[in-house]
Ligand binder design. Structure first.
Ligand SMILES: *[C@@H]1O[C@H](CO)[C@@H](O)[C@H](O)[C@H]1NC(C)=O
Ligand SMILES: *[C@@H]1O[C@H](CO)[C@@H](O)[C@H](O)[C@H]1NC(C)=O
Ligand SMILES: *[C@@H]1O[C@H](CO)[C@@H](O)[C@H](O)[C@H]1NC(C)=O
Ligand SMILES: [Cu+2]
Length: 169
């Protein structure tokens, strides 16, 4: 069977478009207008929200009043502040949800976690989301060569799939 050049071009263009970075990441301001504080029920806040890989959590509070620690499930439950970890404490802390799974955050100020200043969420992996990393030092953008290689791989896989599909018809 023969595949025309224009067919190939359409298929390759499609593959390149499909491998472009997703721009659908969401920013979640923890607690919305109430921010990161005591007297907010973060279980209620998180209810019904869909957290995906690439989304960001933004913890807003007057600097010095609170802080943010990422902890594990047992430290979350017992409100144990990790000793081997520095708090996020800028008052506008951005955390990129880089991996799927359950994530736990607490305030490290005396008594605050016990008063409910703690957040647990489940992060889903809904496909690729290219976003900057946390901490305000974005990685260098991928070089054109890297992009070409990635697109090339995607394009090749898509082409093989498409050709196989056409052969089945
Ligand atoms: C999300 O927050 C980051 C960091 O503050 C910002 O750079 C980005 O533009 C925001 N994205 C959206 C969709 O609001
Ligand atoms: C949770 O993290 C603490 C350190 O803050 C560590 O001592 C503990 O073993 C961890 N627990 C689990 C179940 O990973
Ligand atoms: C938050 O609200 C949930 C659901 O209404 C409730 O089960 C939970 O006890 C509340 N947590 C706090 C710390 O009040
Ligand atoms: Cu606090």
């Amino acid at each position: 069977m023969a595949i025309s050049t224009s067919h190939l071009f359409v298929l390759l263009s499609f593959a390149v478009v499909m491998s472009a970075p997703s721009a659908l990441a969401t920013n979640y301001t923890v607690g919305d207008d109430a921010g990161w504080s005591i007297n907010v029920n973060y279980t209620v806040w998180a209810q019904g929200k869909m957290f995906n890989v690439g989304d960001m959590l933004i913890f807003n509070y007057p600097p010095g009043d609170h802080n943010v620690f990422k902890v594990n499930g047992s430290d979350f439950k017992s409100c144990t502040v990790p000793k081997d970890q520095n708090a996020l404490a800028t008052g506008s802390d951005v955390i990129v949800l880089a991996k799927p799974g359950r994530k736990w955050y607490i305030c490290g100020k005396e008594g605050h976690c016990g008063q409910g200043q703690k957040l647990v969420i489940d992060v889903m992996d809904m496909g690729p989301a290219n976003s900057p990393l946390p901490g305000g030092t974005p990685p260098p953008p991928p070089s054109a060569a890297t992009k070409a290689v990635v697109s090339g791989q995607f394009g090749f896989v898509a082409l093989v799939v498409a050709v196989l599909g056409m052969m089945m018809i």
